[in-house]
Design a protein around this ligand. Sequence first.
Ligand SMILES: [Zn+2]
Length: 412
Amino acid sequence: MLTHLECTRCGEHYPADRPNSICTKDGGVLYARYDLASIKKNFSSARLALRAPTMWRYDAVLPAADPVTLGEGFTPMLASREFPNVYIKDEGLNPTGSFKARGLAAAVTMARHFGLKKLVIPSAGNAAGALAAYAAAAALEAHIFMPTDVPMANRIECDYYGAHVTLVDGLISDCARKVAEMKKEAFWDKEGWFDVSTTKEPYRVEGKKTMGYEVAEQLGWRLPQAIIYPTGGGVGLLGMWKAFEEMEALGWIGSERPKMICAQSAGCAPVVKAWSERKQAVEMWPNAETLASGLRVPKPYGDYLILDILKKSHGAAVSATDEEIVEATRYWAKAEGIFAAPEGAACRVAYQKLRANGFLGAADTVVLFNTGSGLKYLDVLDPAVMRAPSPQKAVEATKPATRHIGGIIGPY
Ligand SMILES: [Zn+2]
């Protein structure tokens, strides 16, 4: 039922029967478009009940290809023990311990479908681990360019999954530059290489949109008043908003929409800044620095789409300091039994701030996204590092938290 790809900037159509990257005219992000009228006639949401609890239960609204799956998706929607009417969508239970599994499962599925052989990603975090795992499952090559100082879990998992890891002395932007140089080489097309960077190919958004379908299904086909989402590259935000539009066209939900709220780190908050200044594009955030590596994205490629969603949904963008994030991570672990990724814990900080300033009320149903497991951040969250006893140790201890952890997904 996939009919074509459509540029989100100029509306140009592209055929969906071959690999595509971005719009060749204006660099816009391409979205997959479906014959939703036909899907509506032939498939109802009631039929989902009998389906397997993975993201592929929504295959009616995904490209028709043999899935490369490790059981990703349909993660728990946990009622908060702390706040009534708040739910925590725990993406840490995905394969590879993060929400990146959804997008890369879909991207690798389509790459195999198109006969691509060598998938390349400049990444410093969970996207790299997810690509490595799904490429292994698909018997494709994963080529990962990571800074030398990435979190230990990401480096080790990529190695064990058999990915070709190139450690680059620099930031992820330097890694992205290496990928850009490779693309100019003659072997790129000849040997079936493909770049799966954030929003540079259309199917990671398709995988991530299943979070939107799950929110609706798990809340009984009623959307919450607000969704708080830790926003780095923003693919999940884009995907969920796309899912809501598709679900309305399918007759599964009405025209109601949640307020979409971006949570960012104070050390890298380009969306918060652009939103507060009512800009339509994000300015590059200089010297981005935060222990929440997934939020270290100084200029998301899909910035114009993120800001448009905040506007259309009457949403908000809130930042949290690293201290607030670590405190929230610890609090969630104790109060909820959820050892969250720092990015996810930023949502609790954002929720509290928005309750305090009256943007959200106690009666509002709110879904907070924990995008990954804290287990992938042990070297960052180690209390011996976070709470050093002596001043000398404290100076040393700040190093792991403030080093260039990576996670920048820039407009490269
Ligand atoms: Zn375009």
